[in-house]
Design a protein around this ligand. Structure first.
Ligand code: FAD
Length: 426
């Protein structure tokens, strides 16, 4: 009899497994693919590896700005090589997680897990008994019901990461974080990128002032964005795809070579037997209480599978907290201070309330701003696009920090501490 069986070895599941071992539990982790989950294998890490390629390409195109002269015409971008580099980074990290699990003596069982009851899990025909189960099954690509999404050349983010040639014309359905990161990366790789977003704005969850600015920078990079526009259908025509998109004013016919589906992700809840176990859903994710316990006693869930902020560090933190609470500890996730980073050009990083959220929650808020254009370090880098925006409540307590500009994803750490520790402006 195990103390805990964890289903899914992503950043939620593997961190939970290690924490459970540290707290003295007898733990088994079940994974059907590779440890590291979406984040390491086809999410955060591969995209950030490609982002670095894109950054270098962008710098090369601007060598003259730094007075480095000479022909760059002989240079060419080798996507297969970049892919190999990415795969090596991923393999290295996956190997690291494997070793961590071994070092912490977590038993890993490979295969698809099926929950039979709150004390039994079946994997590849074997039945394992346990005191508790933690579901960390993650999420999958949401496939919109658009006629033609099955056509060759219509891909998910995982498939785009495996392509060996750069599509000349890439159309991205969805202007959220994943869509806009790929837009920036593939535009630098040489694709002509068009983003079609059904909502009124790209990156809709961000502070709107930052959205307005990033739209300008994105346009300047040559990326076309159609917002309030819906893709109606996709058709294959000889060597290209014809995408029909409509908005209030017109119908557009867009000829492209590749279409990326990036309308969002949905929790992986369909193959876990939820109905039979009496596990309820809420907003498509598994419903949990403050202990991450589902509506079935003894079955817990964390990470993307419970919806909410689908981020790797949130999954890890929830995994750690869920296990600690199983052991009677009073830990909690600081949901008010979760940093999120967007790897566009320039980077964007945010923590806490946006100005719109501060207004909606009735705060008598104050705002402080500083432009990178007036910052010495940014000038020396030649990266002056963007700003830092700090939002404080009526007691001068910092409730939101938003950074768009060079190294935003590194700088946000300070903002996260300020918001998490409820620091004053002083
Ligand atoms: P997952 O990482 O999805 O892991 C779930 C695991 O469970 C998988 O390995 C799966 O094989 C396994 N599994 C599922 N069902 C079963 C079963 N029945 N039996 C056995 N095994 C099972 N987040 C960030 O914080 N920063 C980023 O920069 C970032 N970039 C991203 C870019 C892309 C393109 C994508 C798609 C996602 C990105 N994310 C990013 C989100 C991040 O990847 C997820 O939030 C994170 O991986 C969720 O962790 P998880 O452990 O909940 O689930």
């Amino acid at each position: 009899m195990k103390d805990l069986i964890i289903i899914g070895g992503g950043p939620g599941g593997y961190v939970a497994a290690i924490r459970a071992r540290q707290l003295g539990m007898d733990v088994m982790l079940v994974e059907r693919d590779r440890v590291g989950g979406t984040c390491l294998n086809r999410g955060c890490i591969p995209t950030k590896a490609y982002y670095r390629n894109a950054e270098v390409l962008r710098d090369i195109k601007r060598l003259q700005d730094y007075n480095i002269k000479g022909p760059i015409a002989d240079l060419e971008f080798d996507l297969e090589g970049a892919q190999q580099r990415k795969n090596e980074i991923v393999a290295n990290l996956v190997g690291g997680v494997d070793k961590l699990l071994q070092a912490n003596r977590v038993e890993v069982v490979w295969g698809q897990a099926h929950i039979l009851s709150s004390s039994q899990v079946e994997v590849e025909g074997n039945i394992y008994n346990t005191r508790r189960i933690l579901i960390a099954a993650g999420s999958k690509v949401l496939e919109p019901p658009i006629p033609g999404i099955g056509e060759e050349g219509v891909v998910t983010s995982a498939e785009l990461l495996e392509m060996t040639s750069v599509p000349s014309r890439l159309l991205i359905i969805g202007g959220g974080v994943i869509g806009m990161e790929f837009a920036g990366i593939f535009q630098q790789f040489g694709s002509q990128v068009t983003v079609v977003e059904a909502g009124s704005s790209i990156l809709g969850q961000l502070d709107q002032e930052l959205v307005k600015r990033i739209r300008v920078f994105i346009r300047r990079q040559g990326i076309t964005v159609y917002s309030k526009t819906r893709v109606e259908r996709i058709e294959r025509q000889d060597d290209h795809l014809l995408v029909t998109a409509v908005n209030e004013k017109e119908e557009k016919q867009l000829e492209v070579d590749c279409v990326l589906l990036a309308v969002g992700r949905q929790p992986c809840t369909d193959d876990i037997n939820l109905d039979k176990l009496g596990i309820e859903l809420e907003n498509d994710g598994i419903k949990v209480d403050e202990n991450y316990c589902t509506s079935a006693d003894g079955i817990y869930a964390i990470g993307d599978v419970i919806g909410g902020q689908m981020l790797a560090h949130v999954a890890s933190e929830e995994g750690k907290v869920a296990v600690e609470r199983m052991c009677g500890m009073n830990s909690a996730v600081s949901y008010h201070a979760v940093p999120s980073c967007i790897f566009t050009f320039p980077e964007i990083a945010s923590v806490g309330l946006s100005q719109e959220e501060a207004a909606a929650s009735g705060l008598d808020y104050r705002i402080g701003k500083f432009q990178f254009a007036a910052n010495g370090k940014a000038m020396t880098l030649g990266e002056t696009d963007g700003l830092v925006k700090v939002i404080a409540d009526e007691k001068d307590c910092i409730v939101g920090v938003h950074i768009m500009g060079p190294h935003a994803s590194d700088l946000i750490l300070e903002g996260t501490l300020m918001v998490r520790e409820k620091m004053s402006i002083e």
